[in-house]
Structure formats: C-alpha cells, structure tokens
Design a protein around this ligand. Sequence first.
Ligand code: KG4
Ligand code: ZN
Length: 340
Amino acid sequence: MKLVLGIESSCDETGIALYHTERGLLAHALHSQIAMHNEYGGVVPELASRDHVRHVLPLIRDTVMKAACTLGDIDAIAYTQGPGLSGALLVGASVGCSLAYALDIPTIGIHHLEGHLLSPLLATPAPEFPFVALLVSGGHTQLMRVDGVGRYTMLGETLDDAAGEAFDKSAKLLGLGYPGGAALAKLAQTGQTGRFKLPRPMLHSGDLDFSFSGLKTAVLTASQQNTLDEQTRADIACAAQEAIVEVLAKKAMAALKQSGLGQLVVAGGVGANQQLRAQLNEAAGKRDCRVFYPDLEFCTDNGAMIAFAGALRLQQQEARHDYRFNVKPRWDLQQLNYSD
Ligand code: KG4
Ligand code: ZN
C-alpha cells in the first residue's frame, strides 16, 4: 500500500497528483501555461521554467489538501525526468528530489511518454497487457507494442513532424493560435468535406512509419491559393484533420493486424480528437478489436499519469534514495534504464 506524489513539468503544464496503490487517484491539480505562451505563438522555454517555479509548490499544497492527507503520508515521489525542455524538467526534478530528501522517501524519475502510454490503465475499463499503443502527443507519433511496464517495442514512428505538430502548424497557418489542435478540430466541424484534398503521407508505405511534414506545406499552399474567408479556413481545417486522422487510423489498424493483438490504446494530446476516436472505434469494431483511451483530462499532460507510472514502477522496486538528479531532455522510450 503506497501513496505516490507525481510531478509533471516537462513542457507547458505543471501537473501534480497523488495516486494510492489501493485507493486509486486521490487528487490532482493542473496549471496550464497555454494562455501565456499563446502570445508568442509557441512555448518559450525560459518563461515555461519560471512559471513552473511559481506554481509547483502551491499545486502540491492544493493536491495534498484535496486528498485530505499530509506530506508525511507520501511514500514516494515520481517526477518527469524527460524528455522535454531541460529548464522545465529541472523544476519538477529539483522540487521532487528536495522534498523526497526532506521527507526521507524514495524518488522515481519517470519517462514522460511512459506516463502517457500507461495513462489509459487509469480509466475504466482498462486494457490488459499486451496491447498496441498509438502515442500521439505534440512531439511524438509512435506505434508501440506494450507487453508490460517497461516492455516496449517500437513498431513505427514519424520520420519528421509529429501528428500534434501537424495539427499545431496547420492551425497556426489558419490563424488559430497555439497549440491549435483542439481549435483546428473545432473549426473543422463547420468545414465541408471534399473541397480540399490533402496528401496522406506514407499511407501505402507498407510499414508503420509516418511523415507529416509534407502536410503543412500542402496546408500552406491551400491557404495561399485561396482567400481565407471563414468557410475556406474551416474547409482547409477539415481537410487537414481528415488527412492526419486517416493516416493515424489506418496505420494503427495495420499495427493491430501485424502484431495479432486485439487491443489498441491511444495516448497523448491528439488522442482527445473526436474524429480520430470515431474512426478508430469504427475500424477496430470491424476487426473485433477494442480501443482504450485515457479520460479526456488525462490525454494532455498531467500529473496523474506520472504518479500512476511511479506507482507501477514502485512495484518493480525502481525507486531510489539517492537524491542527486539529472534530467534527460532527449530520451528514447526503448532505452528505459532506471538504474542510471
Ligand atoms: O500530450 P500533449 O499534451 O503534450 C506533449 O507531450 O506533447 O499533446 C499536445 C498536443 C498538441 O499538439 C495539441 O495541439 C494536441 O495535442 N491536441 C489535439 C487536441 N487536443 C490536443 N489535437 C487534435 N485534436 C484535439 N482535440
Ligand atoms: Zn505529453
């Protein structure tokens, strides 16, 4: 029976949560920096770090209060060790390790993508190992075979832009602010299908890799060649979303077929996209497969997934009492090695 505090600070969200191995998620809190970065059209790393510094302790206090416990009840602290912005990661790592030192409890450095990958296990119903995971965040697009905690095999990934980046860059070209994925999806609802036909990169490549950088060029061309009135913007948004979603859904189905597995887990911010969910559900239904998603609030960055991954790692005795820390801004999920 363990209580784990999770700290997420890899990018533009400060997320804190308390996860109990028997009682589940007790409380969580999130501060998003989106409004602050929106002014600059993207995340400004230095501003991100400073904002994490401002919010991390008040959020920890809030979360502990909401869970009706005290700092002394916490058994271990999990923090995002990477990948992400180094300054931002250092805030969570230093606060996590200092607090753990003060409380004399162990720490666990968590891989941000492992947090996303395991987050559907927090939902009900939860998938069971093994499953195929489609990881679609702002920086990553990967198809992974997951046989257990820490047992990940890469099946395919993007060769250039991530799906989230394709959403964000298309949204930016359409004047939708940052990050524009959700805004583009909203605008696409009023768009007309079929007016613009954008490329489906690598749809027939025969492997499970992706490429989305050509799509933003196609969106750029479409937006330069047309007067960008409200309807045209919506039509382009609709076409961009359709292209991204079709490629993701087809490749995810190919991964299920290739692996022979019957469960697909979708994680990361783009997993909040309703059209993606609808297409995946329909395609999976036809093959007698099931698709699992995290609750909407846990699709994008949050502390719950870090606390939860920490709790699972704790069961494998991955926690340390050594309070020196380093962050890993670039860190391949398959190289997970918690002993270094
Ligand atoms: O997982 P996440 O919060 O952060 C990273 O770890 O990168 O994902 C953020 C990404 C952004 O690219 C954002 O535009 C996208 O998820 N996103 C969406 C939607 N909600 C968030 N993309 C499409 N449709 C959405 N509804
Ligand atoms: Zn993320």
